[in-house]
Design a protein around this ligand. Structure first.
Ligand SMILES: Cc1cc2nc3c(=O)[nH]c(=O)nc-3n(C[C@H](O)[C@H](O)[C@H](O)COP(=O)(O)OP(=O)(O)OC[C@H]3O[C@@H](n4cnc5c(N)ncnc54)[C@H](O)[C@@H]3O)c2cc1C
Length: 236
């Protein structure tokens, strides 16, 4: 593959975020000649400052029944979780329809099982990669605490917890003294919580990325700073 004017590589990866560097590490371990091209550097964009969570217990599919009801509110909120430039909407529409259909009750269970399976695989693979790259000391296993401001909000979360339980994800609902012990100084507006012990975080996602990249380099992966404007097929 011709990846840049003066370089021929076996495999070119565009983007040196956590996804790109993990792929590079695996391919380099398998003996492939791999180069990452990134316009900035290794883990300099989203992967330098995400929330640092390895959320293996987050198995609920984004597409679910009733989700479509939230769409107008999300789109109208400038700080909401979804923003679609109006000019892009017609292009995105076929995908949005597939996404909506994926949330149908008869498909939800299959998506849930697939996501739970992927998380199990991801957890095992992360443990292996962290061990091989010597980054295990960056892992924090102190769990997560989900909080509710009302009994109604807590009750609305219960089907999701029941679904997680079906896939062996551990959690405990807490309130009163048990909640205060888990999070001292918590505002009294939080009436209940759910503690998930299997939730993991890393101390600094950027440092983790740099360390995994350093490992990938020892296996032969290379980096080139370049902005890729075009990907073509058919050239040797
Ligand atoms: C605020 C926030 C918090 C998040 N928290 C979490 C979390 O806690 N846990 C979690 O799992 N996920 C989280 N995410 C999701 C997050 O996107 C991923 O965690 C992860 O960082 C994404 O990695 P990536 O490699 O896909 O993308 P990036 O880290 O964004 O890497 C993409 C790279 O591609 C490069 N690039 C793009 N276009 C080109 C081009 N044309 N030519 C050359 N280079 C190019 C960019 O320079 C960049 O370095 C969070 C996201 C946000 C925004």
């Amino acid at each position: 593959m011709v990846a840049a004017p003066n370089q021929t590589v076996d495999i070119a990866i565009i983007g040196g975020g956590i996804i790109g560097i993990c792929i590079a590490a695996y391919l380099a371990e398998a003996g492939r000649n791999v180069t990452i091209f990134d316009r900035t550097g290794i883990c300099e964009e989203t992967s330098s400052g995400n929330a640092a969570a390895l959320a293996f217990s987050d198995v609920l599919p984004l597409a679910h029944k009733g989700m479509i009801r939230h769409l107008p509110k999300w789109l109208a909120d400038p700080l909401g979780p979804l923003s679609i430039p109006p000019a892009y909407l017609s292009k995105l529409l076929p995908w949005l329809i597939r996404f909506w259909r994926a949330g149908r009750s008869d498909r939800y269970e299959a998506s849930l099982a697939a996501q739970a399976g992927m998380m199990r695989l991801a957890e095992a693979e992360w443990a292996g990669l962290m061990a091989r790259s010597g980054t295990e000391n960056m892992l924090r296993e102190d769990g997560s605490l989900e909080l509710y401001e009302s009994e109604a909000e807590f009750k609305a979360s219960l089907p999701g917890w029941a679904a997680r339980q079906r896939f062996g994800i551990g959690f405990s609902h807490v309130e009163g003294d048990a909640l205060a012990a888990l999070q001292p100084g918590l505002s009294p507006r939080f009436v209940k919580g759910t503690f998930v012990p299997g939730w993991k975080t890393v101390t600094d996602p950027k440092l983790l990325g740099k360390a995994i990249w350093a490992y990938a380099e020892t296996k032969g992966a290379r980096f080139e700073k370049a902005r890729i404007d075009h990907v073509g097929a058919g050239q040797d």
